[in-house]
Design a protein around this ligand. Structure first.
Ligand code: PLP
Length: 388
């Protein structure tokens, strides 16, 4: 199909030309005396993306899923007990990963479309008088449902319970797009990947680790090899990596950090809020409901939209792809067939999203959803236009 494909899934996102150019380079010797300049440029600036001043950031040739594993195996004793909240496909998979690694995970089950309940976390931690839980697992932005949880609220709950558990936060679809206050929220391990807010191809796993969590790395008894932070730390200190780094992606990440810091992380978050608000206006104008059950928990990086009874959301996604050249996110896990998702993070703007919403409208109408063509686009434009 001529024209540009609209990649409106919540990651991978389109890669800006500036980052494509940064990655279009010859490979280099990663053991040369010049190489540490690149490593140090990345590792010294990554913490600014999440407002981190304590601890350290790490980068692996890997993805977000791998950083779940890296975070767990470096800081927990084998078989450790954990507390987690399940409220979407990614929190579900985080729990599965922890269980596959032999950890004993107690799960607070929450309706998909709701956020993490700080009160229930507090109650579970208060009941744990022997401090058996070594960690609390939280997905900041549940990409399956378009719900953002209150990390500061969960930290406050942990503190009220005076519990020493480490706070593990999956920020795969929030970091580098939404506000993320690593220090102020008392996060111990923050997990992300390169293919969302950083606007790069998939292939890099990024892990932010607090001083408190770093202090666990030597004594934690879980076996580990590739993800061992001790080897990574030792090599990073001199500007190198223990094994061959994903060099092209590192060139891209260095430039992506520059782009994000040039804009400023507060502005990045404000931009995502503005775009998300327009998309939400479109959803309301269509007469459809977001999967997120309350406006205050709606995500600014993606919107998951519930289709009416009798319509399969997968057919909306497939019609959109085949007829209108736009990729939308399908429903995952418990909400498969019931929701579809529009990604509005990374390298996108109001006009791109207006085109995307037009594609969504045609696909919805073709799939039999009774919407008025132009209604959502019009509502979004009313939000996005900037009258003189
Ligand atoms: N966590 C969240 C919230 C995600 O959205 C994703 C992927 O979309 C993952 C984890 C898994 O990351 P990856 O696909 O990079 O392994």
């Amino acid at each position: 199909m001529p024209g540009r494909h609209f990649l409106q899934i919540p990651g991978p996102t389109p890669v800006p030309d500036r980052l494509l150019r940064a990655m279009h380079r010859q490979q280099e010797d990663h053991r040369s005396s010049a190489f540490p300049t690149l490593t140090k440029s990345i590792l010294s600036r990554l913490p600014q993306i999440v407002n981190q001043t304590n601890g350290q950031a790490f980068v692996f040739p890997a993805s977000g899923t791998a950083m779940w594993e890296a975070a767990l195996v470096n800081t927990l004793d084998s078989g450790a007990r954990l507390l987690a909240v399940r409220f979407g496909q990614f929190s579900h998979l985080f729990i599965n990963t922890a269980r596959a690694l032999g950890y004993d995970v107690d799960v607070i089950e929450v309706l998909w479309g709701e956020a993490a309940p700080a009160d229930q976390i507090e109650a579970a931690l208060r009941a744990d008088t022997t401090h058996a839980y070594q960690g609390v697992l939280l997905v900041h932005n549940e990409t399956a449902t378009g719900v953002t949880s209150d990390v500061a609220g969960v930290r406050a709950a942990i503190d009220r319970a005076a519990h020493p558990a480490l706070l593990f936060v999956d920020g795969v679809s929030s970091i580098a797009s939404l506000e993320f206050q690593f220090d102020a929220w008392g996060v111990d391990l923050a997990i992300t990947g390169s293919q969302k807010g950083f606007m790069l191809p998939g292939g890099l796993g990024i892990l932010h680790v607090s001083e408190k969590a770093l202090a666990r790395v030597d004594s934690a008894t879980t076996l580990r090899s590739y993800f061992d932070l001790r080897a990574m730390r030792a090599q990073n200190a001199n500007g190198y990596f223990p094994s061959t780094p994903a060099l092209s992606l590192l060139f891209g990440l260095d430039e992506s950090i520059t782009m994000l810091l040039e804009e400023g992380m507060t502005n990045v978050a404000a931009r995502h809020l503005r775009l998300a608000t327009g998309v939400r206006a479109a959803v309301r104008a269509w007469g459809l409901l977001p999967c997120a059950r309350r406006p205050e928990i709606e995500s600014n990086t993606l919107t998951a939209i519930v289709v009416p009874e009798g319509i399969n959301s997968s057919s909306v996604v497939d019609i959109a792809f085949r007829r209108y050249d736009i990729s939308l996110g399908a429903g995952l896990g418990e909400v498969a067939g019931k929701v579809f998702r529009i990604g509005h993070l990374g390298d996108t703007n109001a006009l791109t999203l207006a085109g995307a919403l037009a594609g969504v409208e045609m696909a919805l109408a073709d799939a039999g959803v009774p919407i008025v063509l132009g209604s959502g686009v019009g509502a979004a434009l009313s939000h996005w236009r900037v009258p003189a």
